[in-house]
Design a binder for this molecule. Structure first.
Ligand SMILES: [Zn+2]
Length: 90
């Protein structure tokens, strides 16, 4: 099995591991609000929510464009981590 080195404690761990057994660092797509990290699924879900906000704002117009603005601000924050791949967080 392929092995990688934890960037924090230099422990050798399996390449597909999502948690370092040496220091507890976690691999994911950005820190969440609960002391963990986002999985690909949860950050993908947020990206879809932002896309829906953009679509709703554009189709309803008027003051609903505020939602387009919100989604437009949030979408890059969701897409950028997805495109750059998972990173280690501790
Ligand atoms: Zn580690």
């Amino acid at each position: 099995m392929a092995m990688i080195i934890c960037p924090f404690c230099k422990t050798e761990i399996a390449a597909d591991a999502t948690v370092c057994h040496g220091c507890g660092a976690r691999k994911g797509y950005g820190p969440d609000n609960h002391g963990g990290v986002h999985s690909g699924g949860s950050i993908g879900f947020l990206a879809v929510v932002c896309a829906i906000l953009i679509f709703v704002g554009l189709s309803l117009g008027g003051s609903w464009l505020f939602f387009t603005l919100l989604g437009g601000l949030g979408l890059p924050f969701c897409l950028f981590p997805l495109l750059s791949g998972p990173k280690w967080y501790r």
